[in-house]
Ligand binder design. Structure first.
Ligand code: NAX
Ligand code: K
Length: 217
């Protein structure tokens, strides 16, 4: 399995958006569509799905997935975490799109964690920059304590995708949909345990060197 560093993952994202010019929302839509394919392959019980969305672009992916699930007739709720004033532009736009399609957004109400059959973890991706604490810690604990199957988006939240170690606490996922390439920490023993079944999804972000050589494989 090819793995890349987190700094390369960020650099390849930047290259695709700034140098190639593919808009961020296009990449996000591809990420969400691939995640839906992964969900279909997992054949989990989708009778009640919760998407836990942070304020960064990982949360934007989660909101796009919620919208696509809703359009497939799945009963899906979104739980927003983090300060909405700090949300990225894409995450704010994705919230608007999801609401236009009638996705139910739970804002601050107590969550009945045991009522969900599947939880989509879209709290932190490669933007995790410090130890997880406070409310985030409690939410990740609740995800881990629930009986739901958990799909982590890009990275199990709280996992340092570079070292493969948890940063205080991390989502113990049944499966992870990671984008472009697996990150180095996902190959370690602890990283593998947190990720569960790993899907590496092509969403149109490549190592610039491979593009310049005329292929992406
Ligand atoms: N266009 C893009 O940039 C794409 C981004 N993608 C997704 O976006 C993710 C990266 O998005 P971002 O760079 O916005 O980062 P994240 O969404 O991973 O998280 C960043 C946010 O979390 C906060 N944060 C970090 N550590 C924290 C902690 N311990 N406690 C509380 N808050 C903390 C940061 O201040 C920031 O607000 C990827 O992992 C991937 O899921 C994908 O949609 C593909 C395209
Ligand atoms: K995540």
């Amino acid at each position: 399995m090819k793995t890349i560093s987190v700094s390369d993952a960020k650099a390849f994202d930047e290259y695709t958006m700034r140098e190639v010019g593919i808009p961020s929302l296009v990449l996000m839509e591809r990420a969400a569509l691939k995640s839906i394919e992964n969900i279909d392959q997992l054949k989990w019980d989708l009778s009640h799905v919760l998407v836990v969305a942070g304020s960064g672009n990982n949360g934007g992916d989660g909101l796009a997935i919620a919208r696509l699930l809703k359009l497939k007739g799945v009963s899906v709720d979104v739980f927003l975490v983090g300060n909405p004033e700090h949300a990225t532009i894409e995450r704010t736009q994705q919230l608007m799109f999801a609401q236009k399609y009638g996705v139910n957004v739970i804002n601050g109400n107590p969550i009945d964690w045991q009522s969900y059959t599947v939880i989509i973890d879209a709290i932190f991706g490669i933007g995790l920059s410090r130890d997880v604490s406070g409310n985030y810690q409690a939410i990740i604990q609740s995800i881990n304590d629930s009986n739901a199957k958990t799909l982590a988006i890009d990275v199990p939240s709280g996992l340092n995708a570079q070292s493969g170690e948890e940063m205080g606490i991390a989502v113990h996922a049944n499966a992870t949909a990671t984008f472009a390439y697996a990150k180095q920490g996902m190959a370690s023993t602890t990283g593998q345990a947190y990720c569960g079944q790993l899907f590496v999804d092509d969403i149109g972000i490549y190592d610039p060197k491979t593009i310049q050589m005329g292929g992406t494989q």
